[in-house]
Design a protein around this ligand. Structure first.
Ligand code: PMP
Length: 449
């Protein structure tokens, strides 16, 4: 039925809440996205919808960009496929690696291409294991991650993701230790943000002491946790964590699968927003704006030199690494972003988006509006004073997402949180429209609870 045909269920694995998923299954709800252009998508029934989630924090330059389509098509006509393995490369992959190295901060100059964010993160840890083997420290293998993290769906990437994400699944967990969630509003109790920051840093220090730095290869963190509900850490957190990692010979892996390529107003957020230069940055999604599947694990000169050194090749490859069509998409995507000044524009439009959404705090159902620029989350509560949530069965996030979709806006429900991560080509009228749609949808749902 039309009423129930209004929610995002294309990718069951992307729906975090099992309650949401079961409800969708029961209702047979499924939206068929048939075509897309610019900031809009069109469903199979001809409805025009603002793509408020950028196809899943992905389509940064907007849908249906003809220059992208031609670049991919031209590439396929020139060289359809050759894997970048052994001593082979091709012009598009080589040029893209060079371009990424130029945009990435400081000493991050070596790029390994994969085909998903999960693979990028998995590869990062494999590389660090290999790095430590080469350095004569084969036991330095454990990864520090955090509660609330999402790092992907391969075996290790899922183990690094927040415990419980995949219910009842704990494989590979011996390789990962989860630090406290950095979510002040939910986890900070009576602490001020500064006190909470100190508590988080203490947790990091004590964990290193307990486990032993000689057993820890990496600390992995999203600059802003995405699929965990858009959670920003207290100001200064990443820089302090990075300093502690440096002091303990632990490599800092920044998972910029969502935050890179303009979403926070910069090509990479680590240095420009958070003031630190990680040892590895992983990225995907916005790298091609979703036009082709491509990821990059961008590593420091130090790591690259050690793992590609003369004493034996680091065997790690995959067929579609650096696919020509994907590399061409990446190059053209970056070219468009640079020419049109998209990251710079986001510094203004993204801030406006953030401010407008923060204005929704005047609705009682809204407990917290969080995030930055075009990466925002709205958490709904039953009681603002106690921060008590509605029970899962109330499906508040899902109801608001439906009410939005009825009004022409796609938003992503995650339990009691609604996620907004639109394309980066939003202008002021569109931003206002999203805000007023959200306001109407939330108000309607609040009245019916
Ligand atoms: N890291 C982060 C921060 C992500 O948000 C995601 C996907 N949403 C991934 C990794 C995994 O990427 P992929 O789905 O392309 O494997």
């Amino acid at each position: 039925a039309k009423d129930t045909n209004d929610i995002l269920a294309q990718d069951a694995h992307l729906i975090q809440s099992f309650a949401d998923l079961n409800a969708l299954k029961q209702q047979g709800a499924r939206t068929v996205i048939s075509r897309a252009k610019g900031a809009y998508v069109y469903d199979s029934e001809g409805n025009e919808l603002i793509d408020g989630i950028g196809g899943l924090w992905c389509v940064n330059i907007g849908h249906g960009n003809e220059e992208m389509v031609s670049a991919i098509s031209n590439q396929l006509q020139t060289l359809d496929f050759y894997s970048t393995f052994y001593n082979f490369t091709h012009p598009a992959a080589a040029a893209l690696a060079e371009k990424i190295a130029q945009l990435a901060p400081g000493h991050l100059n070596a790029v390994y291409f994969g085909n998903s964010g999960s693979v990028a993160n998995d590869s990062a840890i494999r590389m660090l294991h290999h790095y430590n083997i080469r350095k004569g420290k084969p036991n330095k293998k454990l990864v520090l991650s955090r509660h609330g993290a999402y790092h992907g769906s391969t075996h290790l990437a899922m183990a690094m993701t927040t415990p419980g994400y995949s219910e009842g699944w704990h494989a590979a967990s011996e390789l990962v230790h989860h630090l406290r969630s950095p979510h002040h509003w939910r986890e900070g109790g009576e602490m001020t943000e500064v006190e909470f920051l100190d508590a988080l840093i203490d947790d990091l220090k004590q964990s290193i002491e307990r486990i032993g730095a000689e057993n820890i290869c990496a600390f992995i963190a999203e600059p802003i946790q995405g699929a965990g509900g858009v959670v920003t850490a207290p100001a200064g957190y990443h820089k302090r964590a990075w300093e502690i990692c440096q002091a303990n010979d632990i490599k800092y892996v920044a998972d910029e699968v969502v935050t890179a390529f303009g979403r926070l107003g910069h090509f990479f957020a680590s240095e420009d927003v958070f003031g630190m230069v990680p040892d590895i940055i992983t990225t995907a999604k916005g790298l091609t704006s979703g036009y082709q599947p491509l990821s990059a694990t961008i590593v420091s000169d130090d790591i690259h030199e050690v793992i590609s050194g003369p004493d034996g090749m680091f065997l790690h490859g995959m067929t579609y690494s650096g696919h020509p069509a994907a590399a061409a998409a990446g190059l053209t995507n970056i070219d468009i972003m640079e020419r049109e000044g998209i990251p710079e524009r986001v510094q203004t439009t993204g801030k406006q988006f953030e401010n407008n959404l923060r204005g929704l705090m005047d609705i009682e159902l809204v407990g917290e509006v969080r995030g930055s620029h075009f990466m925002m989350g709205i958490e709904f509560v039953k009681d603002r004073a106690t921060k008590a949530s509605h029970p899962a069965e109330a499906q508040v996030g899902l109801k608001v997402a439906r009410a939005c979709q009825k009004r022409g806006l796609i938003a992503r429900p995650l339990g009691n949180v609604l996620i907004l991560s639109p394309t980066l080509i939003m202008d002021a009228p569109m931003i206002d429209q999203i805000e007023s749609t959200l306001r109407d949808a939330i108000t309607e749902v609040a009245a019916g609870l």
